[in-house]
Design a protein around this ligand. Structure first.
Ligand SMILES: Nc1ncnc2c1ncn2[C@@H]1O[C@H](COP(=O)(O)OP(=O)(O)OP(=O)(O)O)[C@@H](O)[C@H]1O
Ligand SMILES: [Mg+2]
Length: 154
């Protein structure tokens, strides 16, 4: 079962992120799949805001593969794997400590994970429809996240 959402503005995409954040728990991994400029970072800003992290703190890591945003409740690990060529490079940064640690991971360009794609994660596919239109398809990979998807309220 998937949850589909049509966003017509960055504001709506951020609202979707906030709605997702409500259901996320420490240790959860959100994998974002979508082309350049589809709205992965905008959605991440919404997720972060929902976890009481300031929107302005959130930007795609450029010289590193990941930014850490400390938060009152649970830290967010924001990965951007665009520049990755081999999953080995992700292993080199000790990604497992983050994925399987106590924070919430959000991964842009998650397809780059290849064989390292986790077994349990929230999949977010973004389809760029028109200048300001994006369709989000959210699917649970793993049992607990099915509940999260069922309960998305926006
Ligand atoms: N409904 C929408 N939701 C999200 N972004 C939108 C929407 N409509 C227009 N945009 C624009 O699309 C762009 C999305 O940029 P964003 O940096 O989030 O993309 P991205 O998927 O992270 O790209 P990259 O692969 O380069 O990291 C922004 O310029 C934003 O203003
Ligand atoms: Mg981005």
């Amino acid at each position: 079962m998937s949850f589909k959402y049509l966003s017509e503005s960055t504001k709506k995409t951020e609202q979707l992120g906030k709605a997702l954040a409500k259901g996320l728990k420490p240790g959860d991994i959100v994998c974002l799949f979508g082309d350049l400029g589809s709205g992965k970072t905008v959605l991440t800003k919404g997720i972060a805001q929902g976890l009481k992290i300031k929107k302005a703190a959130v930007h795609s890591p450029t010289f590193t593969l990941m930014n850490v945003y400390p938060a009152p409740k649970v830290p967010v690990y924001h990965f951007d794997l665009y520049r990755i060529e081999k999953p080995k490079e992700i292993q080199a940064i000790g990604y497992e400590d983050f994925f399987y640690g106590g924070g919430i991971s959000v991964v842009e360009w998650a397809e780059r994970l290849g064989r390292l794609l986790p077994k349990v994660y929230l999949s977010v596919e973004i389809h760029h429809k028109a200048e300001n239109e994006r369709v989000f398809v959210i699917t649970a990979k793993g049992k607990r996240l099915k509940e999260l998807v069922k309960k998305i309220k926006i």
